[in-house]
Design a protein around this ligand. Structure first.
Ligand code: AMP
Length: 546
């Protein structure tokens, strides 16, 4: 017997229509080069998305073709999100921080038809253009008055591109399984892989993001996505915010500028902000140095890399802001787990609550999780056993764009995340490493993330990275690299003593190197591959000379 409910399709167009009807007046504040604090509304953004859809159709871009962006978080980027996907085209966000060769490879692999580029990223686009034969249209994200001179063939300003078009578009009735966007994984090794999201997966993910025990996004929120719109669709915020009618503050390119973020948060009365740990480190350092506080921010969501508990404590103790840890991947749309306390946990002593909050959270409804050992057998949720984390669900990828099935999915459809985790009896996961970052010492595993968190808890340490380096007797031993806080000096031996009693003695790094900065990947994670290469020949004290 079948249910008798309407087969209404879950599409991004439905989010747009809902926001137009219910939240049309809600404000969007956008930082763009030609207007430092541009104010608009959902109504206007979606009206302009219609104009853009006409312009794209008139330019000959057809359903299923890829529409690429090299852009920051601003209102025009949001218009491209909706115009392309709702017209049946496929939005393709490119990460401008990747190596130019990687960007060229990705554009050619996706066969992007047109490319929207921010004026600040124009030199990169110009250098790449001769190698991108599929791109037929170049649109610069600015107005006619500010249109720079560019050798890009037929380049036109965004405002000129959409000018004079009708402000209503006859959006097609799309099947919910239609592709809406594509995002390539940053992949530190091998070629990048394209993850193709569908309208259905995107809508379900946005609804899940809004759940009270997840982002808990409401119409009364003002949300500032510091996470870029090219990093797994800014974690779904461009869909979740219009779904509930939250005010949206789009910070443009200055994502790692603590002073700028603080000013924006205060002037726009931001209640919720999302980003990777390095962003929060920059903001907290600025606030500490400038003696400033946050007066409207209520909660931050941190993901993309493990958040040191010291960051969460600084937000809570100095600014009264709650930090929620989330875990996910480009392949999981990206939300997979979210950390909110369970009933009764509020009453636990603060250190116990801190221990729970440091974990990456519990599976969100829709995402099944399990950890497995080397033999593939499922491991218990006892908070001790750790193994490969596998996930399954309607917003987890089932394959990669134009790639034959590989080893990432097993016969039961579980996706191998490449992360190593344990799960405690309450269901909170803890990511201990990427599989390839785990340090194998004498047959046992050492968690680099736990060592980094312990180092960053030291008052004089700004950032830390731990890698395994070869050791004759133990196979690998941990090497700690740290960046001291401005004006502080850190002595390696003293820091090694700091670890005593905080981690098992045999986990304590064999050596500590003080460096000016640590390398990061294009999505703001510590670049462990670069560090392993740079320190491959590092001789640890006491290791046998060879
Ligand atoms: P990406 O696809 O670039 O978003 O990278 C996904 C990877 O980032 C995951 O597989 C994890 O290794 C890492 N990651 C994401 N969130 C967290 C987190 N909260 N804690 C630790 N690692 C994380």
């Amino acid at each position: 017997m079948l249910g008798q409910m309407m087969p209404t399709q879950l599409t991004i167009t439905a989010i747009m229509r809902h926001a137009l009807r219910h939240h049309g007046d809600r404000e969007i504040v956008s930082v763009v080069a030609d207007a430092p604090l541009f104010r608009t509304t959902y109504r206007d953004v979606f009206r302009r998305a219609s104009m853009l859809a006409h312009a794209l159709a008139d330019a000959g871009v057809s359903a299923g073709e890829r529409v690429a962006t090299l852009a920051w978080n601003d209102h025009r980027h949001l218009e491209i999100y909706y115009a392309s996907s709702c017209a049946g085209m496929v939005l393709h966000t490119l990460n401008p921080r990747l190596f130019p060769e990687q960007i060229a490879w990705i554009v050619n692999h996706a066969e992007d038809r047109c490319l929207f580029v921010d004026p600040a990223i124009l030199p990169l686009a110009e250098a790449l253009a001769p190698r991108l034969p599929s791109v037929r249209h170049w649109i610069v994200l600015t107005d006619t008055a500010n249109m720079p001179d560019t050798p890009l063939p037929g380049a036109v300003s965004y405002e000129a591109f959409i000018e004079g078009r009708a402000a209503d578009y006859d959006w097609p009735d799309l099947h919910e399984d239609t592709a809406c966007s594509i995002c390539y994984t940053s992949g530190t090794t091998g070629d990048p892989k394209g993850v193709v999201y569908s309208h259905r997966s995107t809508v379900l993910h946005a609804m899940a993001a809004c759940m009270a025990d997840v982002m808990g996004l409401t119409q009364r929120d003002t949300v500032l996505p510091v996470v870029p719109m090219f990093h797994a669709n800014a974690w779904g915020v461009p869909y979740a915010a219009p779904m509930v009618g939250a005010k949206l503050v789009m910070p443009g390119p200055k994502l790692a500028d603590g002073e700028f973020l603080h000013r924006l948060m205060e002037s726009e009365k931001v209640t919720l902000s999302l980003g990777v740990p390095t962003i929060w480190m920059a903001l907290l350092q600025y606030l500490e140095a400038a003696g400033k506080t946050l007066t409207s921010l209520q909660r931050t969501i941190v993901g993309g890399a493990a958040c040191p508990p010291a960051i969460m404590q600084a937000f809570r103790d100095r600014h009264g802001v709650a930090t929620h840890h989330a875990w996910g991947m480009t392949e999981t749309s990206p939300l997979g787990t979210f950390n909110s306390l369970k009933q009764g946990m509020d009453a636990l002593p603060e250190p116990d609550q801190d221990d729970i909050r440091a974990r990456q959270g519990r599976g969100i409804f829709g995402v099944e999780l399990k950890i497995v050992g080397d033999d593939g057998a499922e491991l218990p949720w006892d908070g001790k056993a750790f193994g490969t984390l596998k996930v399954r669900g309607p917003w987890v990828c089932s394959g990669y764009f134009r790639l034959d099935a590989g080893t990432s999915h097993d016969t039961e459809g579980w996706f191998d995340t490449g992360d190593v985790a344990n799960i405690d009896p309450d269901g909170y996961i803890q990511i201990t490493d990427r599989t390839k970052d785990v340090i194998k010492s004498g047959g046992e595993w050492i968690s680099s993330i736990e060592l980094e968190n312990t180092a960053v808890a030291h008052a004089d340490v700004a950032e830390a990275a731990v890698i395994g380096v070869a050791h004759e007797r133990w196979t690998e031993r941990p090497l700690l690299l740290i960046v001291p806080k401005p004006g502080k000096t850190v002595d390696g031996e003293g820091l090694r003593r700091w670890f005593r009693g905080k981690v098992a003695d045999w986990w304590i790094p064999d050596d500590v190197l003080v460096v000016d900065e640590l390398p990061h990947t294009a999505t703001g994670k510590l670049n462990k591959l670069a560090l392993r290469e740079a320190y491959a020949d590092h001789k640890l004290p006491g290791s046998d000379p060879s």
